[in-house]
Write a protein that binds this ligand. Structure first.
Ligand SMILES: Nc1ncnc2c1ncn2[C@@H]1O[C@H](COP(=O)(O)OP(=O)(O)OP(=O)(O)O)[C@@H](O)[C@H]1O
Ligand SMILES: [Mg+2]
Length: 242
């Protein structure tokens, strides 16, 4: 089981630096107005950390997660991921990093509605695993690990919100990523499902050592992480261990 979960990236020594951000800003042009969504963020995150980003609406959490996920680029400043400066990488390399080294979990689950749970997980492995059989076998194994071994062939519409988010976690783990980035993953779940989701995530974190970065408004989620980073108006205002 551990073997299934563990990241196989090279140099993935726990405790070594995963992210290094220096003076990162992100300014959006909104018509003729400039919105300073991030105003000079300095941040380091080590491998294996579980980090929660908190802060009021509009404080820059999603903006920061998009930069950490190589979905967006900073207006200024530097982001190093696994020792590589992202600004020097080609679009092709950034796409590779996103598909193989980062697992995403979203508030809206973002499953493909026409694909069954197992196909939603298997399809994520196409860039990394050429064998269809191996993709299917790993999808089944991952879904079993998140407690959905009995729901493999179900379409997302036949799954509850909590179940859909567990499929999303299995999909995020499919390529043995370095890090899971989750933007308000419990935002669409009731409190019971949110609790179960966090228990599952913490268990996966403990067993696999994957780094996890979560933006949340949920105090219970924030309390369960090792490290809490609070943002306000595009800046980090506190950074503490629970
Ligand atoms: N694509 C965009 N174009 C223009 N402005 C944007 C864009 N995305 C975000 N912003 C602005 O950047 C600021 C930070 O937004 P961001 O979405 O990062 O906040 P957040 O902390 O994730 O908020 P929430 O808790 O509501 O999700 C806000 O002022 C927002 O309006
Ligand atoms: Mg947000």
């Amino acid at each position: 089981m551990t073997e299934t979960l563990t990241s196989d990236s090279t140099e993935s020594t726990p405790g070594s630096l995963l992210y290094e951000l220096r003076g990162v800003t992100r300014t959006y042009a909104k018509g003729s107005v400039a919105v300073n969504a991030l105003r000079g963020v300095d941040l380091t995150i080590k491998r294996g950390e579980m980090v929660v980003l908190e802060g009021p609406s509009g404080s820059g959490k999603t903006t920061l997660l998009q930069l950490l996920g190589a979905l967006d680029t900073p207006t200024s400043g530097e982001i190093k991921f696994a020792g590589r400066s992202l600004e020097n990488e080609s679009d092709q390399v950034l796409t590779e990093i996103r598909s193989k080294e980062i697992g995403f979990v979203f508030q809206q689950f973002n499953l493909i509605p026409t694909l069954s749970a197992d196909d939603n997980v298997a399809i994520a492995m196409i860039p990394r695993e050429p064998s269809r059989e191996k993709r299917a076998a790993r999808a089944e194994e991952l879904l079993t690990q998140v407690g959905l071994g009995h729901r493999l062939g179900h379409l997302p519409s036949r799954l509850s919100g909590g179940e859909q988010q567990r499929v999303a976690i299995a999909r995020a783990l499919a390529n043995r990523p370095e890090v899971i980035i989750a933007d308000e993953p419990t935002g669409n779940l009731d409190s019971q499902n949110a609790k179960e989701f966090m228990t599952l995530l913490l268990d996966l974190h403990d067993r696999s050592g994957v780094s996890i970065i979560i933006a949340t408004h949920d105090e219970d989620v924030a309390l369960s992480a090792g490290r809490r980073i609070r943002m306000r108006d595009g800046s980090i205002v506190s950074d503490s261990q629970n």
